[in-house]
Design a protein around this ligand. Sequence first.
Ligand code: GAL
Length: 397
Amino acid sequence: MAHAEDVEVLHWWTSGGEAAALNVLKDDLAAQGIGWVDMPVAGGGGEAAMTTLRARVTAGDPPTAVQMLGFDIQDWAELGALANLDDVANAEGWDGVVPEALQRFSKYDGHWIAAPVNVHSTNWVWANKKVLDELGIAQPQTWDEFVAAMQKVKDSGKTALAHGGQAWQDATLFDGVVLSVGGVDFYKKALIDLDPEALGSDQMKEVFDRMTVLRGFVDDNFSGRDWNLASAMVINGDAAFQIMGDWAKGEFLKAGDVPDQDFLCFRVPGTAGMVSFNSDQFAMFKVKDPAAQDAQKAMASAIMSPKFQSAFNVVKGSVPARTDVPNDAFDACGKKGMADLAEASANGTLVGSMAHGHANRAAVKNAMYDVITAQFNGEYDSATAVEELVTAVQDAQ
Ligand code: GAL
């Protein structure tokens, strides 16, 4: 039974690493007397959670706080469903410490409507160090070296690339591959500006060609596999690599693994200096009860505290959503993630992740997902996929 001073939190953090991070948040709120009513909806990337959210809102019973990504936040704000957090944000000076790239999603019409808890990024590779050492494989620096390394692993009988065949996971690979083929300019033109020329270009064909190469390094049982089970294959040494956002690090840490010693984290070869980011934010749905509103504000404030941002993100695998949090508590991958984010943000090489709702609204994202997944599963050759992508994106706008 929920009390007014409780928050009911809808989220999709159900894997081992995610749940560990969620506990940091639960404990932090509990210490402040805010009760927690858990509403988990399993499913990486949050698609299932967003379906549940729509049903709850339609039924007139929205949860008080919801984990959300990018353009989904803007969509709910546009419908007038989200509470205004300006009081807390102004009192605590969020404007001065939250990077612009995040504010673009945390604010609507100039008002704060979400509290960002982290910054993840998708163009990472996670590798089992022991497997690489045994096979004499050095950390690949270029795309060709990466392909050669995967071939060596495959020849040894192990799985080269741990992957789960779910649309959002295929799309997560796609984020990194687009950056590796055409860099930030091409990524922006194709995935953010939706320029038909870029979407239909030879470079895009090259992207699909690389997706086919990756598909050749995935094991036979990949269909439908959850991302954290793919991470487990790397952790157990059954597979060498996984291309996945840095939430994967949460799984390695949960298993007791240490960066540089047990596993390696490096950018998708060909994407050094570039970051495709997504930020988990908590949006508060409008509620009438003043005590419930106070609980929402207290939760938003707790999320934004620098101490909490450090404690939470150390466990989650992400980096803080504010620029003034020291990196002392972070491991080597976390420190690199923080440095990469600052550098990309200064150099204009920070882009929103298409796969995780930070490049375009859900309709366009889903249209891209369909083509990417169909091509990955061999339904289209690269040339057809390019044509389908142009049409699908056009129809979705
Ligand atoms: C992402 C989310 C991450 C992570 C991942 C897998 O969309 O931003 O926090 O949990 O999904 O569930």
